[in-house]
Design a protein around this ligand. Structure first.
Ligand SMILES: [Zn+2]
Ligand SMILES: [Zn+2]
Length: 886
């Protein structure tokens, strides 16, 4: 065997094993009726994404479940891919263009799309390479992209089938419009800028109350020509009696109602606002709620149209504003003009003020889809973890609104709808029809818009497996088993996938949803690419190793809760990896020295062996159920505690004696066997979380441990616990002995007795049975607590000048005469006592000081109180220790 390096260096092993797994095709899943499938589809990262800590957590959790299930013998598939991310990707490429002084209109649609494909080929999807560094066991041969041919076909298929069922319709919606570029803008293409402007206060006469008015305040007086209501807040007593009255809209003489809507801000202006549904997104929403007409008064090019009235039609919108103000002044309807600062949207290209514009957009009717989704959750066909999200989920689905799926950009799935230029017929089809089916005209054009990116994402779990084709993969791997994602996209994505799955495949898309928390920076802000507040995980991997990063993220993230990331977190994982490495190095070095393993006839097994077997069994039980229930934090804490505190600190320490000082070959072989067995099973349980270091050590164990024959740890079997609780009694006995050893060690520490100093111990135990256990196992105490002579009995008497401690009700005495200089030790303790007493006086003084108690934060006061208690305890203990010396 090549000796293990003294110091663990993740860089020497990580790439090696990742390549090994790929070469052996261990991540590749096949349709295999002999095995049960276990499937996860990755939440496809944007093709523009770069790995951040949120991805690290998300993908680590998925990899954990895939590896765990593979070890359990499932045919596991983790299907990777990327999302074309409409606007984000188009923006990246447009920004490149901008640097060359060009914009998308200079190129035209086809050229821009070509350019984006080119970008995707050369620069997109970098995140998938980064996931390889993270150890992700994705089936890379099945990688998909939401714009590849199969998935685009799925998108068309879904659109057409929903349209045929009457679940897709065309309706009015407010979008951003640039009157100069004559184009729709997506939200991110609108630049908001604070502008000094005015607030105009206008009197609107009440129809049925002569000489009575209501005053509205507006930043855009010209839009009053398109008002269809005036709104007040229902909780505003000033206007309560006016709700339901009719107004005669000035300049237009249209009758409009006064309505009540919670959206109205009582503090803004007079608390009365005009409602112009066709030219303001908030007013549009209000009109939907109150079923108000929407009157368009401004054309696509920013010119007033005939609906604005003959006097204003044909004017530019800002020219019209001036005239409206003049006309209102003349009619004495303008109350006042205030200076007002507010945010105005501008076109990102030509910088002119954008116009909210009512246009025809495509929608999915969500109510019927939501009902099916609620049903499968209610029936428990899909389980949500943690369950508290179920309520939020229902709440959202019950109030769901229709989904506007058209987007005014170029990169994405073009809407499969064609219009006849001659008769306006709408044709929904995968391919452009040769001629209009109604009038036979060949003048046909496709809808210029593309579909919302989520329209492909909601089909992902089945489209990635081949739907609408009835592929063997779809049949075998679908419905998938688990979806792992951050709780922040529960509605955007998870709910829609359930609806999409039920509608398109008549099946649930996944059996469980695991929602994890977000990774926050030190200020509690979600880490994201756009904020640039995530450290580069690749740098962290370079510094600490992948396993350390993965372990630490899981070790510190409670189920479903957020985690605040700092580099210090990663040290837990790094230290643990080092601990595992050193333990393995010890084990393998000793294993090499001892010939063979125990025969079946060798039943010699000591108390400590029975204890570790019992503990191992308990840990296996706990870890299995924690993995199954997605309690990943519990998995890491169980394994960490067991490996570090029980296997390393106790077991390996105790068996050293058998390796170094014993001629009993049978005992040595048994110790070697159990040392390897516990290590082997611990590595297998840890493998899903720390894949690299566990593979490296496991491959080395095989040399001395012929019970493992698989080619990779990933092909071995996950440890299962035995049903019966064997060795429970023995385990309890051993734990009592550990307590005694710990107590003796702490006397040494308190009384300044060096750990190498050999001492005598007297133990008084009045329970005969327990006393016998202690007597029979005194050798452990002798070795582990460095005790020369030990007397155990119910007749034991406290020797003079001994330190004393009590464990359960067992009294332990350590005579100090001749071991330490009693006088010197007494002086040391007295000095320490007076120091601690001084601290206590100061602490009490602080707590009695009104100034401190009244002004300090509650948390600081609490800390001070705790400190007082600690100091009092220390004083008590020091006094007792001093008394031992008298
Ligand atoms: Zn523009
Ligand atoms: Zn036609």
């Amino acid at each position: 065997m090549k000796e293990m390096e003294k110091v663990y260096d993740p860089h020497l092993i990580e790439n090696k094993w990742y390549k090994f797994w790929l070469d052996k095709e261990l991540f590749h899943a096949k349709v295999n009726p002999q095995k049960k499938p276990y499937t996860i589809v990755i939440p496809p990262p944007n093709v523009t994404d770069i790995l951040h800590m949120g991805h690290v957590l998300n993908n680590t959790l998925q990899d954990i479940m895939i590896r765990f299930k593979k070890l359990q013998g499932f045919e596991t598939l983790w299907l990777p891919g990327t999302d074309h991310a409409g606007i984000a990707t188009q923006n990246v490429v447009e920004r490149d263009l901008e640097k060359q002084g060009k914009n998308r209109h200079d190129l035209g649609r086809e050229q821009l799309i070509e350019l984006i494909w080119e970008w995707r080929k050369t620069k997109g999807g970098r995140i998938l390479d980064q996931l390889r560094r993270l150890g992700a066991s994705c089936d890379w041969r099945r990688e998909r992209f939401t714009m590849d041919e199969g998935l685009s076909n799925a998108v068309n298929e879904a659109f057409i089938s929903l349209y045929k069922k009457g679940l897709i319709y065309r309706g009015e919606y407010i979008i951003n419009w640039c009157p100069r570029c004559n184009t729709a803008l997506s939200d991110v293409e609108v630049e908001h800028e604070d502008k000094a402007s005015h607030l105009w206060y206008i009197k609107y006469p009440l129809k049925d109350r002569k000489h009575e008015f209501i005053t509205v305040a507006t930043t855009r007086p010209e839009t009053m020509l398109g008002d269809t209501a005036v709104a007040v807040n229902p909780n505003d007593p000033r206007y309560a009696e006016l709700i339901g009255e009719t107004i005669l809209l000035p300049l237009v003489n249209r009758e409009i109602p006064i309505i009540a809507d919670e959206f109205v801000d009582k503090e803004f202006g007079t608390g009365c606002v005009k409602v112009t549904p066709a030219h303001d997104p908030n007013d549009f929403e209000m009109a939907m709620r109150h079923d108000l007409p929407k009157i368009t008064i401004i054309n696509e090019n920013g010119i007033m149209n005939e609906n604005a009235g003959a006097e204003y039609a044909g004017m530019d919108r800002f020219e019209c504003r001036e005239k409206v103000i003049m006309d209102l002044k003349e009619k004495k309807l303008l109350v006042k003009i205030e200076d007002y600062q507010h945010s105005v949207g501008h076109c990102y290209r030509c910088k002119i003020v954008i116009e909210p514009y009512l246009s025809n957009q495509w929608f999915v009717k969500m109510k019927p889809l939501a009902e099916k989704a609620m049903q499968v959750i209610e029936e428990g066909k899909i389980t949500i973890h943690p369950p508290r999200y179920k309520k939020v989920f229902f709440n959202w689905l019950e109030n769901i609104r229709d989904w506007c799926i058209s987007r005014q950009i170029w990169w994405g799935h073009r809407i499969p709808v064609y219009y006849c230029d001659d008769c306006s017929e709408i044709i929904v089809a995968k391919e452009k029809p040769e001629a209009c089916p109604k009038c036979q005209s060949t003048h046909i054009h496709q809808d210029p818009d593309v579909l919302d990116t989520w329209f492909s994402s909601w089909l992902w779990p089945f489209s990635a497996l081949g739907w609408p084709q009835k592929t063997p993969e779809l049949k075998y791997f679908y419905p998938t088993d688990l979806l792992v994602t951050g709780y922040d996209i529960l509605f955007f994505w998870v709910a829609r996938m359930i609806m999409g799955g039920m509608e398109m495949t008549e099946e649930i898309p996944f059996k469980s949803v695991y929602l994890h928390g977000l990774v926050l920076d030190e200020n509690g802000v979600k880490m994201s690419k756009s904020l640039g507040n995530s450290p580069d995980p690749i740098d962290v991997i370079e510094k600490y190793g992948t396993d350390a990063l993965r372990f630490s993220m899981v070790f510190n993230t409670p189920k479903g809760n957020d985690v605040m990331y700092t580099d210090a977190l990663i040290e837990t994982g790094r230290n643990f990896a080092n601990k595992i490495w050193n333990a393995a190095r010890f084990a393998l070095t000793n294993a090499a020295e001892i010939d063979g393993l125990p025969d079946e006839s060798e039943e010699l097994i000591e108390l400590t062996d029975k204890w570790i077997l019992h503990r191992l069994n308990e840990v296996k039980k706990a870890v299995n159920s924690a993995y199954e229930e997605y309690r990943f934090l519990d998995v890491t804490h169980q394994l960490y505690e067991f490996f570090w505190n029980e296997y390393c600190a106790w077991y390996l320490e105790i068996i050293k004696g058998r390796f170094y000082n014993s001629d009993d070959q049978a005992s040595r072989r048994m110790a070697k066997y159990l040392m390897l067995k516990v290590l082997d099973e611990s590595l297998k349980m840890l493998h899903p979380i720390m894949p690299f270091i566990t593979e490296e050590i496991w491959q080395r164990i095989k040399e001395f441990y012929p019970y493992e024959t698989a080619e990779s740890i990933l092909l071995s079997e996950f440890p299962v616990s035995a049903d019966e609780d064997s060795y429970l009694k023995e385990s309890e006995r051993m734990q009592l002995i550990f307590k005694l050893i710990t107590a003796i060690r702490s006397i040494r520490k308190d009384m300044n007795v060096s750990p190498s100093e050999h001492v005598e111990i007297v133990v008084k135990d009045v329970l005969p049975a327990r006393c016998a256990v202690l007597q029979n196992n005194r050798h452990y105490i002798k070795v582990m607590a460095k005790v020369d002579e030990i007397y155990i009995g119910d007749d034991a008497v406290k020797p003079e000048k001994s330190a004393t401690t009590v464990v359960d009700d067992i009294e332990i005495y350590m005579p100090l005469e001749g071991i330490i200089d009693l006088e010197e030790e007494r002086e040391r303790l007295m000095k320490k006592l007076s120091k601690v007493e001084n601290s206590l006086i100061k602490c009490v003084g602080k707590l009695n000081n009104d100034n401190f108690v009244n002004n300090a934060p509650a948390q600081i006061i609490e800390q001070e109180k705790e400190r007082k208690e600690q100091l009092e305890n220390t004083i008590e203990k020091l006094k007792a220790n001093i008394s031992f010396l008298e």
